[in-house]
Design a protein around this ligand. Structure first.
Ligand SMILES: C[S+](C)CC[C@H](N)C(=O)O
Ligand SMILES: N[C@@H](CCS)C(=O)O
Ligand SMILES: [Zn+2]
Length: 338
């Protein structure tokens, strides 16, 4: 049995939401924004490659999202794994330091942003007294499928040889490092199946992780998570873990979000986080995005208020969404007519 979560951690997100008008604005697609700015992500490390080759670009993307109105930014560690760095010839120590570096860059960006706000006196809240809007850093953890670098976080089929223990062993050290690197919470993202959710829940407990986490699943039919496991079963695992302070959906076409919020709300009272992708689909072999039918891009901004009514309270974008998407979301949610 792990350590008890301190009270400050269990109420952490509730307090944050109270100070932010009842909702939080996440950032948008991180890797795909790096790509839009010129980074080449055709690599098994995908966006984590930029921690090596272009940390300045990583910092720029964080700043662009903060400028767009995000108050929760996630680190460039989605596909940063010790195993992935070691495969590139880095030592264990170097690999662990690269994980820490992803959090350091996000902290640096937050410091620069807040310093700028103080200078320009831009960003004081209405209640005033000089208090600035709180900004949280979420350490991103992509699934085992993300590490496989073949897009298999969109299938969740890991085969029979991958067990609960395999997944716990795979993620253990990375979770420990990111939890102690200065982030405010952990974002377990694009979780494709129930087994991996269970592995994360057990790891949080066994390792006595003291920062809170959210669990975010992905779906390609609006009913189940991508592996075919039921969203209710997956969300129930998140609900049962006291370290998990929010549960939701990311990297999923916008048209499925509303129904999935309703399904999640049936099994948990925890805050619901949603950050859909553009609606395009990913080809893991060519590492390219394919246009698909239905609502794409910034069109989904107009649905955000409906998603809030359905019970979600944290909103952002995933792959192929941009700072413009986040600007639109922030504007839609702050609008007085709401
Ligand atoms: C969320 S997917 C677009 C991330 C990239 C994938 N793991 C790959 O390496 O191809
Ligand atoms: N936080 C990651 C999620 C990819 S699905 C990113 O935006 O690149
Ligand atoms: Zn995504």
């Amino acid at each position: 049995m792990g350590k008890q979560m301190p009270e400050t951690a269990t109420t952490f997100l509730t307090h944050f939401l109270q100070h932010s008008g009842g909702y939080g604005v996440l950032d948008g697609g991180f890797a795909t924004e790096l790509e839009r700015l010129g980074a080449d992500l055709n690599d098994p490390l995908w966006s984590a490659k930029c921690l090596l080759t272009s940390p300045h670009l990583v910092r720029r993307v964080h700043l662009d999202y903060l400028d767009a109105g995000a108050n929760i930014i996630s680190t460039a560690s989605y596909q940063a794994t010790i195993q992935g760095f070691e495969a590139k010839g880095f030592s264990r120590d170097e690999s662990e330091n690269l994980l820490r570096k992803s959090v350091q860059i996000a902290i640096e960006a937050r410091d620069i942003y807040l310093e700028r706000c103080t200078k320009d006196s831009w960003d004081f809240t209405e209640t005033g007294a000089g208090s600035r809007r709180p900004i949280l850093i979420a350490a991103s953890i992509g699934s085992y499928g993300a590490y496989l670098a073949d897009g298999s976080e969109y299938s969740g089929e890991y085969g029979d040889s991958v067990t609960l223990e395999t997944l716990k062993d795979f993620h253990r050290r990375r979770v420990q490092i990111l939890a102690n690197a200065g982030a405010d919470l952990i974002a377990f993202e694009t979780i494709p199946n129930k087994l991996e959710a269970q592995a994360y829940a057990e790891l949080l407990d066994e390792e006595g992780i003291e920062i809170p986490a959210w669990f975010s699943f992905n779906s390609k039919d609006g009913i189940n998570v991508v592996s075919g496991d039921s969203i209710s079963d997956c969300a129930s695992i998140a609900d049962a873990s006291k370290q998990v302070v929010a549960v939701g959906i990311n990297c999923t076409p916008p048209r499925y979000i509303h129904g999935l919020i309703l399904s999640i709300r049936e099994v948990t009272d925890k805050p619901i986080v949603v950050y859909p992708n553009s609606g395009e689909s990913y080809d893991g072999v060519t590492k390219r995005w394919l246009k698909s039918d239905g609502m794409i891009g910034e069109d989904f901004v107009s649905y955000v208020r409906k998603w809030k009514e359905a019970g979600a309270s944290l909103f952002g974008g995933c792959c192929r969404t941009t700072p413009n998407t986040i600007r639109g979301i922030a504007k839609a949610l702050s609008s007085k007519t709401f």
